[in-house]
Design a protein around this ligand. Structure first.
Ligand SMILES: Cc1cc2nc3c(=O)[nH]c(=O)nc-3n(C[C@H](O)[C@H](O)[C@H](O)COP(=O)(O)O)c2cc1C
Ligand code: SF4
Length: 456
């Protein structure tokens, strides 16, 4: 079915290109052609070798061979959980007859995360090619791209790119003359953070309220419309053309033993050069924050950073030398998450920042399970009391109980854990700030006196 393409001219160039810090040949991977005029068009993408990997996969490789390369690459999902991509593909059953789907998670609503938008605005065909390679590998013919509702510009870019690929026969009955029909449809998201959670997304894609499903069954077995479904993040899929072209081992060699390759980090907050950077996995956060992003504003010190989006437990400045390796982050009690690095300098009140995030999680809670629905709301009210100067030691105990009740599998999806991690990690590393607010009515940074606590 042809999609009607609305008028879209002139093309608005993407946000400022920040480069690909620290990568030596054969890197960078995802951003290697960024900055080339017209890279978003099919013609320019093909001039740079675009769609050669898909053609090669379809003509010269079996689905199992593609899968083997992805396994060898050590690629881990870039959407949040960091699950090994090759292993996940193996969960899609090979022997179930009937339709199956690849779903691209382009909801990107995690605070501090903008990398998927950046990838698509610069090079939409890289994503389309990667999604088609994944479809071939798991035996799917239909790809759905679930795009965040507010992403109007990337939506239009993708509509145009899909239409170009259809007109050139890359999508259709016989891509590159091979009898393997492929199609891609775009679906605009419903404007809630929970739409990015994989089973909430599937509910939304089916036109329902985006409330996460109980698992098992997992989407690989029973996903969209009850069919086997592979869901991957935009960045995960955009990496596949490079892996097929250069081989899984070459990709693996760019990163660390347990986390192969490169990844995109969106750096925001109190830094001089906020932006999106591609890094080889394994460099330190000191390199990312102090060198690539230029460090905090003059006269300021880094105080705290979120290494993987607002859902990742915070780390204090004393941990700037922690590596971007996913296992290393887990070892120090955090996670690589969505790659959104949020930096706060020493003028920021951590209690106020945590309160603001809890308000976000409470607002975005879908309400399906009690610990999350009730716990996040309690947390908001407790933070309110503390920031209003009406706190006590009992409030610190309440926060402690709430964070414990939100974590460790007590909620149906990761949103509950995320709210709990904000409280747990900020209390763990900045307990004196909490005590100053709750017990002595003091903000140690003075931010709450300067700006008021009311906007938390
Ligand atoms: C509340 C919540 C929101 C999420 N939002 C996104 C999102 O916007 N994009 C994304 O790729 N993954 C998101 N995830 C993770 C997905 O559930 C899923 O793990 C991911 O899409 C799998 O792709 P990957 O294996 O390529 O990382 C979210 C998870 C949770 C719990
Ligand atoms: S944890 Fe929160 S967002 Fe997730 S299903 Fe439960 S109530 Fe909904």
């Amino acid at each position: 079915m042809a999609t009607e393409v609305p008028a879209f001219s002139p093309h608005v160039p993407s946000t400022e290109l920040r480069g690909s810090g620290g990568l030596t040949p054969p890197g960078p991977v995802l951003t290697r052609f960024f900055g080339t005029p017209g890279l978003y068009t099919l013609a320019v993408y093909r001039d740079h070798g675009g769609y050669r990997s898909l053609e090669r996969a379809l003509k010269e490789m079996t689905p199992q061979e593609v899968h083997a390369q992805v396994k060898a690459s050590g690629l881990r999902g870039r959407g949040g959980a960091g699950f090994p991509t090759g292993t996940k593909w193996g969960f899609v059953p090979a022997d179930v007859p009937g339709p199956r789907y690849v779903v691209v998670n382009f909801d990107e609503a995690e605070p501090g995360t903008t990398k998927d938008r950046y990838l698509v605005e610069n090079c939409p065909h890289q994503l389309l090619e990667g999604a088609c390679i994944a479809a071939y590998a798991v035996g799917a013919h239909q790809v759905w791209i679930y795009i965040r509702g507010e992403y109007d510009h990337p939506y239009r870019i993708l509509l145009e790119a899909i239409e170009e690929a259809r007109q050139q026969g890359i999508l259709g009955e016989r891509p590159f003359g091979v009898d393997y029909p492929l199609d891609i449809q775009l679906y605009r998201g419903h404007g809630a953070y929970i739409c990015g959670e994989e089973t909430g997304l599937l509910e939304s894609l089916e036109g329902k309220r985006p409330q996460p499903r109980s698992r098992p069954p997992f989407p690989a077995v029973k996903g969209a419309w009850g069919r086997p479904t592979l869901m991957n993040n935009v960045e995960t899929l955009s990496t596949l053309p490079w892996i097929v072209e250069h081989g899984g081992q070459a990709y693996h060699a760019l990163g660390t033993d347990r986390s192969g390759g490169t990844r995109m980090l969106s750096v925001s907050g109190d830094v001089r050069r906020p932006g999106v950077y591609e890094i080889p996995i394994g460099v330190t956060f000191r390199h990312v924050i102090m060198e690539l992003a230029g460090g905090p504003p003059p006269g300021r010190q880094v105080k705290v950073f979120w290494p993987g989006g607002s859902s990742a437990p915070v780390l204090p400045a004393s941990m700037l030398d922690v590596s971007t390796d996913l296992d290393e982050l887990a070892r120090v009690g955090s996670m690589g998450g969505s790659g959104g690095v949020i930096v706060a300098d020493d003028s920021r009140c951590v209690v106020k920042a945590a309160a603001r995030l809890l308000r976000f999680y409470a607002h975005e809670s879908c309400g399906k399970c009690t610990p999350c629905r009730v716990g996040t709301d309690w947390a908001v009210r407790t933070y309110r009391r503390i920031l209003d100067g009406e706190g006590s030691s009992a409030d610190l105990q309440i926060l402690d109980r709430i964070q414990a009740s939100l974590q460790n599998g007590r909620c149906l999806c990761g949103l509950g854990d995320s709210g709990g991690w904000v409280i747990m990690s900020t209390m763990r590393h900045f307990r004196p700030e909490y005590e100053a607010h709750a017990l002595r009515r003091q903000c140690v940074t003075g931010e709450c006196e300067r700006q008021g606590a009311a906007d938390a």
